[in-house]
Ligand binder design. Structure first.
Ligand code: HMG
Ligand code: MG
Length: 307
């Protein structure tokens, strides 16, 4: 089989999608949107981040959002956590999974979390240990895997070092971030061929931003190499505030259109994601980047599924 039969989609729209939005989406609207996503068949939703609210005002209502949503059994509600203060808030909000994050490039790490790579390790180690001790699951992110907005090319050795260190801390899964959407399929193949010699495919997820339109091609090549978990965001909303020029994640809508068309099972209801995209587009007050969403919106009555 060239492609896997099943793919897991981890929805990051309420976190990665909203963190960079200029318009503050009210707590009530965030909750209503996440509740819609909860009933779409998605099994993991990254709902917010417990970062310093002065850095990311768009998600300053993290505790209210996490405690206000209706939790569906079988759905993991995840959030980003950068430090001890963040973990306290995440525990107070009874989050299921805490995701720690850092970059493979020094400058992006400093701009994003105000620390050197070396100084970040002990902080994240403590967070992962406390998360696991509390019976919650722990995820890791490594950003700028395929390029850094400040340094350009990123050494693969640096990606390996950060990834290995995060796994040694005890994270259950590592998400490899193309933070500024610069990767191309050949580069993805080259990077994954090296990483897959060290880490099992089941423990890796890919996190592509679609800044230059290469995200789906990168996902296809990742699937061919055995990766079965992808992060995406409803409508293609999103971007990293500390990565100039970064635009949205690959759109959940586009990913579903491609995967379902290929006969690959995701368990996610495309029509419900379409409705969630419509909802959040209205709230952010501008067209969402997802091509399949825009195509479906402009062809009212036209069937969404391509099979
Ligand atoms: P800092 O300002 O250096 O922290 O932030 P500090 O320890 O010096 O604390 C300063 C003040 O902030 C203190 O309050 C703390 O209590 C408070 P004061 O004593 O002055 O009154 N504070 C907090 N309050 C609430 N919750 C907290 C918290 N932390 C401190 N968690 C920090 C350091 C790491 C927190 C900051 O740099 C930060 O929040 N960074 C996060 C930036 C961010 O969210 N970036 C986007 C997410 S990463 C991403 O998008 C990439 C990804 O999608 C993958 C990819 O695409 O590659 C994951
Ligand atoms: Mg991201």
């Amino acid at each position: 089989m060239r492609w896997p039969a099943n793919i897991t989609i981890k929805e990051v729209g309420p976190r990665d999608g909203l963190q960079n939005e200029k318009v503050f989406i009210s707590t009530e609207d965030k909750i209503a949107w996440i509740n819609q996503l909860s009933s779409s068949g998605l099994k993991t939703i990254e709902i917010t981040s417990f970062v310093n609210p002065k850095w990311i005002p768009a998600l300053s209502d993290a505790v209210a959002v996490a405690t206000g949503i209706e939790r569906q059994p079988g759905v993991t509600y995840a959030a980003l956590v950068p430090n001890g203060r963040g973990l306290e808030r995440a525990f107070a909000a009874d989050i299921d999974e805490a995701a720690v994050f850092m970059s493979a490039s020094e400058t992006h790490n400093r701009k994003n979390i105000n620390k050197s790579i070396q100084d970040t390790f002990p902080v994240l180690k403590e967070l992962v240990q406390q998360t696991l001790a509390a019976g919650k699951s722990s995820r890791g992110y490594v950003s700028t895997v395929f390029g850094c907005p400040y340094e350009g090319r990123v050494e693969l050795d640096s990606v390996i070092r950060v990834s290995e260190t995060l796994f040694e801390m005890g994270i259950g899964e590592l998400s490899l971030g193309d933070t500024i959407g610069v990767a191309n399929p050949r580069q993805v193949e080259e990077v994954l061929q090296v990483l897959l010699k060290r880490f099992p495919a089941e423990k890796l997820a890919m996190h592509f931003h679609d800044t230059r339109g290469t995200a789906l091609a990168n996902i296809l090549v990742s699937m061919e190499l055995g990766i079965t978990t992808f992060d995406s965001s409803v409508g293609g909303l999103g971007g990293c505030p500390y990565a100039p020029g970064a635009s949205g994640n690959v759109a959940t809508d586009d990913l579903l259109y491609m995967l379902h068309g290929m006969g690959i099972y995701t368990g996610v209801d495309q029509e419900k994601i379409f409705a969630a995209s419509q909802y959040i587009q209205e709230k952010v007050g501008k067209p969402l980047p997802s091509k399949s969403f825009q195509a479906a919106s402009s062809q009212s009555g036209c069937k969404l599924e391509n099979t």
